[in-house]
Design a protein around this ligand. Structure first.
Ligand code: SAH
Length: 233
């Protein structure tokens, strides 16, 4: 049991990175989650152990070789390994909280981190890699993207968040952005906590939060509301 991630990377020293601290760190220490980083270069052959080569058709940059990457994937995936094989990629399907929940409910993931211009298309097809993007911007490598995906997955594993309820109302979990938060002091630089939150009226608090969440989402992310109405998008 537990969530077991194997990360294929040219920079294994980047793992577990920030996951070693705080909430995720405790999950790793307890063994609820494991993150193993494997150096793709260990699966390169030849005198120079090349992992990349120039792009077919010309152009700038380098491309990760399919043979080296396939060997690395095969080496970490036993035949009966049912874990999804993910490639971090700006061309991938955008990561959502729903996919995060699905991954957290499964046995783990094999995560490939691209570098340079990306990876040879044939290994994506031959090893059935699911391309996942963390947003519409380009990173220099897949490692920070993998750390972000793993952070999101590990924090929703059973027993990782202190209060089991604290995930339920969060942004995206309800299809909406979350309501704003307040804590002491009662007055900060002349700004008061909205009185309803200190009224002790739980029903009024819940209604206020729901209305705030709806208004915030309408203003900032109307696409989330449209997505709910048209689930096919
Ligand atoms: N030439 C590619 C970008 C390569 S960036 C293109 O234009 O699509 C190098 C690597 O960084 C990628 O292979 C991928 O693994 C990672 N990466 C960059 N941006 C990413 C993003 N938004 N989400 C996930 N991974 C990303």
């Amino acid at each position: 049991m537990g969530f077991h991630a194997t990360v294929l990377t040219l920079y294994p020293e980047m793992f577990p990175g920030h996951l070693g601290g705080s909430l995720a760190g405790r999950a790793l220490t307890r063994g609820d989650a494991t993150v193993e980083a494997v150096n793709i270069r260990d699966h390169a052959t030849g005198k120079h152990r090349n992992v990349d080569d120039t792009p077919a058709g010309g152009g700038a940059g380098m491309v990760l070789r399919p043979d080296v990457l396939a060997r690395a994937i095969d080496a970490v995936c036993p035949e009966d390994d049912v874990r999804p094989r993910i490639l971090m990629s700006p061309r991938g399907r955008p990561l959502t909280q729903a996919r995060v929940r699905e991954l957290a409910a499964g046995p783990g993931a094999v995560i490939v981190c691209g570098r340079f211009e990306g990876v040879d298309q044939r290994v994506i097809e031959a090893r059935n890699l699911e391309e996942i993007s963390i947003g519409d911007y380009v990173l220099s490598g897949g490692e920070p993207a993998a750390l972000i995906l793993l952070d999101a997955v590990i924090r929703v594993l059973p027993g990782v968040m202190g209060n089991a309820d604290s995930g339920a109302h969060e942004s995206f979990e309800t299809g909406l952005l979350e309501h704003p938060h307040y804590t002491r002091p009662q007055v900060f630089e002349g700004r008061e906590i909205p009185p309803v939150l200190t009224s002790g009226n739980h029903k009024a608090v819940a209604e206020w939060r729901q209305a705030q969440a709806l208004q915030l989402t309408r203003n900032r992310r109307p696409d989330l509301i449209d997505r709910d109405r048209n689930p096919k998008d």
